[in-house]
Every structure is written in structure tokens, then in C-alpha cells.
Write a protein that binds this ligand. Structure first.
Ligand SMILES: [Zn+2]
Length: 559
């Protein structure tokens, strides 16, 4: 294990601690102008002490057509081998308003530490927190980025005499807490670097937030892949009617409520793999489409749901929702039939009871509705109607709302009658990254085995949404069920219309990074006011383990 020799005397702890404090000191709430300053600071920290020319390449990479004028920061060191490791992390954070009266200290760990008990739940206020640094961005994830900067600086300083054993690319991204525009830009940079310098990517290590998994958990975690996310939306349509005679129609909110009751917080919809289970679905928004008060029943209602995925594909989810909601609809309509009979009986409307038929409803996907309407009216007419609907709304309109308006317009155009539920997808979409074998995974296995004292545990999926979802997409993954059911989806080759949603799926597939890991800093309270990073592991141990991983990859690449 020659790579372990002579590598234990780098003072990672103090270097990473100082870098972390500097990064935390810069307000970089996403999306916003503060991210520009953060990108510049990352560049400054990489280049300080006359290291600017030590990198093969180093600089800012502007986000294309970005409303805020933001950039990523990147650095590349050509090593002894074209085999390359990618180090990734984000420099943006969530807002700091949750700190309340301590808001002015949220970015100042040194001052915040004197007041940290005010950030903690009462039961924990007497615990020992001497190993923790508090503040916004400490663990999500400026400390993780600080590790990458420290590693890059270390190898850059030596590069002239002794280049690193493998090539290294670091990308520090904007917008992770928002729409991941930074990492999507980075995909293009990584393709460009690979082509220009003839590199071969072995994998990527992201260093985002990893919390304890239970109180007192002594373990630290490495995740070999990442959870994905789909946002299915549901437009519930019912025949119009008046409050005085609801049975000639149906309350659209009741239909939506029955669906939500069935789906929300239901663990039957949780993807599982041995030892891991995702969070259950929840609604992120639900409303009817009435704009004002009147005594008509709402005849259109809609909601969308957050669904985390490990193994379920967009096509499988739609299929499952369609069949489950068919049952929900059938049960609801049967109940309404029975209620109506009772109600009319009391009113003596026996003739109406005799004439009534059992209610029926449809569950249909956007793609099915589109195909059916095109068959009826022709593609040109349908496209023209949808284009005019698109134009009716400002380009700043929420992307989910635009999907809704387009779906509703298509429904009206179809000439169908409710009750019906139209299923469609809305953005964002986070691809699942499945764990994959390879040189990087082997190197990590070796380092984990060499350090039993750290109590590292490897798990298949990082269960938080993160940038790494956009670093790998399986070639065989069929996303047509996603793209044909998302009304504002635009192909990479199309000129993008304002308000549309697109992902560089083909580029991500072409990038084909074999292994994408999250081996992150340890801490607590991400996105909350007790956010804090565990310093001993995150500043001292983890940088050393990543350093050893790089040397282990070097043995493989040059060996
Ligand atoms: Zn993060």
C-alpha cells in the first residue's frame, strides 16, 4: 500500500476549517446574485498563494442564458494518467430567514457558536457540541466544497514537480438548491474537457450533507448512487352543476380529495431496496381552478405530488397511478350513485331513480389525450391551440402552472365529458442514479476496508435530492413516458421556448460517467437553523480518505 506512505502529515483539519469559514461568510442563497460572489470566492481560494498558473485550466464557466448572470467554478489538473476523477459540490445555500433574531449571525460560525444553544431543541442544549461548527451552508455543503478546494490546492502546488497520479476535475456549482442549472451547465464543461484533453472519466465524488441515521449513530456513510424524483400532476374534471342539485354533476374537489387520501403518505408507493426505503409520496400543492366565489360546484381541481424513486420508471409510475386511481374513481362513483338514490328517494323522485345510470369515469394520460385529440382534429389544429395557450401566459409563470393550463386546454379541445382525471408530469425531474461497479467503487471499497476505525457504511442510494442525479443516465433508460406526458417538455434540439423545460438527457447519456458517489461531510440540520458540520470527521478524516482514494485510483490507472 505505497499510496498510504508519507500522506498522513497534511494538516487537512485546519486547512479545510479555514476554507469552510471563508465560504460560509459569503451569502449565496439560491437563486440570487450572491452566487456570483461565491463562484468568485471559490476561484480565489483555488488560486491564492500564487497557484493560479498551477492548474492546467481553472476559471469560471458561465451558466447559459441565466437570469442572474451566475457561473460555476472549475479547475482541472492534468495528472500522470488521462484517467480522471471528478470532484463535485455546490456553493449555493437555502435562505437564512429561519435563523430569526440570529439571522445576522447565520454566516458567522465564530460568533454563532456562542449562541448555539438557542438553535437547538431543548433536550439537546446541554449536550457537548465542541466538535461542531454551526451556520448556514456549513454542512450543506460549503465544508464539502472546502475539501475539494483543499485537495485541488494540494495537487496543484506539487503539479510541476510531480503531477497527481490521475487527472482531477473539480466543479463547484450554482443553483443546486433551486433547479440544478449549475450542474446541467457542468455536464457541457465535462464533455468539453474530456474531448479537448482526451480524458477518461472514472467517476465522480460529491461531498454533500450526510446526517446520522438514528440518534447516537456512530457511522459515516458512502452512497453509491442517488434517489430520483418524479412530479406527477392530476387534473380532476367533473360535469358542471349547481349546489342545489349536486348529483347532476360532481364536486371536483371531492374527486381530488379521494385521490389524495389514497396516494399521500401511503407507504405502498415507496420504492425499496434491501436496507433502504424512500420517503412516501406527499402533495406539494392542491387547488381547484375557481377564480372567484359562486354557487357552482368546482368542476376542475388539480394537485401534484412529490414521488421519490429508486427503481420505478416514469412509465411504470403512470401505469400504477392509472390503475390505482381507476379503483379510487370507481369506488367514489359507486358511493355517489348510492347516495343519490337515497337522496332522491327521500324527495320522492322515483322516476329519476329509474332513469339513472351508474356513473363512469376515465383516467387518462396527457399523451393518450393528445393522441386522441390529434386523431380527431389533426395535429396542426391541436398544436396551434396549444401554442396559443402557451402565449397567453407570461414567461415568468410557474412551470407547473403552465403544464396545467396546457393540459386543461387540451381537455377542452378533446370534447370529452368528465368525470375524468388527466395524469401528466410536471418539472423538475431528477433521474435515479443506480450504484455501479468500477475502478472508483473498488478504490472506495479498499479505503473503507483500510479504515475500520471510521465505521464507514456503504449504502446504495443517497436519499436526498441532489445535483448528482444529473451526472449519469443509463443509456437504455426510456424516458418517452416522461417527455410525452410533460406538456412543456422541449427536446435539446428544439429552440427552447420561454417557459419550457428541458434537460440535456442526450449529453448526460453521452457523458456516461461510470460511477457517481456521494461521500459527504457529516452533520445535522440541513435547511434548518441547527445546521452544523461535525468538524473532526469532515475537516480531518474525510479529506484524508478522499486523498487516499485518489492515490488508490492512481495505482489502478498507472499500475
Ligand atoms: Zn446540498
Amino acid at each position: 500500500m505505497c499510496y498510504a506512505r508519507g500522506m498522513n502529515n497534511i494538516d487537512w483539519y485546519n486547512i479545510v476549517r479555514e476554507l469552510t469559514e471563508k465560504l460560509v461568510g459569503i451569502q449565496s442563497v439560491s437563486p440570487g446574485k450572491g452566487e456570483i460572489a461565491a463562484a468568485q470566492e471559490v476561484l480565489h481560494l483555488l488560486q491564492a498563494d500564487k497557484l493560479a498558473t498551477a492548474y492546467t485550466e481553472c476559471g469560471l464557466d458561465a451558466l447559459e442564458a441565466d437570469l442572474y448572470g451566475r457561473s460555476n467554478t472549475y479547475a482541472f489538473i492534468r495528472g500522470q494518467s488521462p484517467k480522471t476523477l471528478i470532484l463535485s459540490g455546490h456553493f449555493d445555500t437555502v435562505d437564512i430567514q429561519d435563523y430569526g433574531e440570529l439571522e445576522t449571525l447565520a454566516l458567522n460560525p465564530t460568533e454563532l457558536v456562542a449562541r448555539y444553544t438557542e438553535l437547538l431543541p431543548e433536550a439537546e442544549q446541554t449536550s457537548d457540541f465542541s466538535d461542531w461548527m454551526f451556520g448556514r451552508g456549513t454542512v450543506d455543503m460549503k465544508s464539502g466544497l472546502a475539501i475539494h478546494i483543499a485537495l485541488m490546492r494540494h495537487f496543484a502546488a506539487l503539479a510541476e514537480q510531480s503531477p497527481p497520479p490521475i487527472s482531477l476535475v473539480m466543479v463547484a456549482t450554482a443553483d443546486e438548491e433551486n433547479e440544478s442549472a449549475g450542474i446541467i451547465q457542468a455536464v457541457k464543461l465535462l464533455l468539453r474537457l474530456r474531448e479537448q484533453h482526451q480524458l477518461e472519466y472514472l467517476g465522480a465524488i460529491n461531498t454533500d450533507y450526510t446526517p446520522a441515521q438514528y440518534p447516537g449513530d456512530p457511522h459515516k456513510y458512502v452512497f453509491s448512487g442517488s434517489v430520483g424524483k418524479l412530479l406527477p400532476a392530476f387534473l380532476c374534471i367533473t360535469p358542471e352543476t349547481h349546489v342545489g342539485d349536486p348529483f347532476t354533476g360532481l364536486d371536483a374537489n371531492l374527486l381530488a380529495a379521494e385521490c389524495i387520501r389514497h396516494l399521500s403518505m401511503n407507504d405502498k408507493f415507496c420504492d425499496t431496496v434491501p436496507g433502504q426505503v424512500v420517503a412516501p409520496p406527499v402533495t406539494l400543492h392542491a387547488t381547484d381552478l375557481k377564480g372567484h366565489y359562486d354557487v357552482q360546484l368546482p368542476f376542475a381541481s388539480y394537485f401534484y405530488m412529490n414521488i421519490m424513486t429508486l427503481t420505478t420508471t416514469p412509465a411504470q409510475l403512470l401505469e400504477r397511478l392509472q390503475s390505482q386511481l381507476a379503483d379510487v374513481m370507481a369506488q367514489l362513483l359507486q358511493r355517489i350513485d348510492e347516495t343519490e338514490k337515497r337522496w332522491r328517494h327521500t324527495r320522492g323522485e322515483l322516476e329519476k331513480i329509474a332513469q339513472s345510470h351508474p356513473r363512469q369515469g376515465d383516467i387518462i394520460t396527457y399523451a393518450q389525450l393528445y393522441a386522441e385529440t390529434v386523431e380527431k382534429l389533426g395535429q396542426e389544429r391541436v398544436e396551434a391551440e396549444l401554442a396559443s395557450e402557451w402565449q397567453r401566459w407570461s414567461e415568468m409563470l410557474d412551470k407547473r402552472e403552465r403544464c396545467l393550463h396546457l393540459t386543461y386546454r387540451l381537455w377542452k379541445l378533446s370534447g370529452r365529458q368528465g368525470p375524468a382525471i388527466i395524469l401528466f408530469y410536471a418539472p423538475p425531474y431528477y433521474p435515479v442514479v443506480a450504484p455501479a461497479p468500477g475502478a472508483l467503487q473498488n478504490a472506495v471499497d479498499t479505503v473503507v476496508a483500510n479504515h475500520p476505525e471510521v465505521e464507514l457504511v456503504q449504502q446504495p442510494y443517497y436519499l436526498y435530492l441532489s445535483d448528482i442525479s444529473y451526472l449519469r443516465l443509463d443509456q437504455q433508460e426510456d424516458l418517452s413516458a416522461l417527455t410525452t406526458n410533460m406538456p412543456i417538455w422541449q427536446n435539446e434540439t428544439q429552440t427552447t421556448q420561454a417557459g419550457g423545460y428541458t434537460l440535456p438527457l442526450e449529453k448526460i447519456q453521452r457523458l456516461a460517467i461510470p460511477t457517481v458517489l456521494n461521500w459527504g461531510v457529516a452533520g445535522r440540520g440541513a435547511h434548518k437553523r441547527d445546521e452544523a458540520v461535525m468538524m473532526s470527521y469532515s475537516f480531518g478524516t474525510l479529506p484524508q480518505l478522499l486523498y487516499e482514494t485518489i492515490h488508490n485510483l492512481g495505482e489502478y490507472a498507472n499500475g
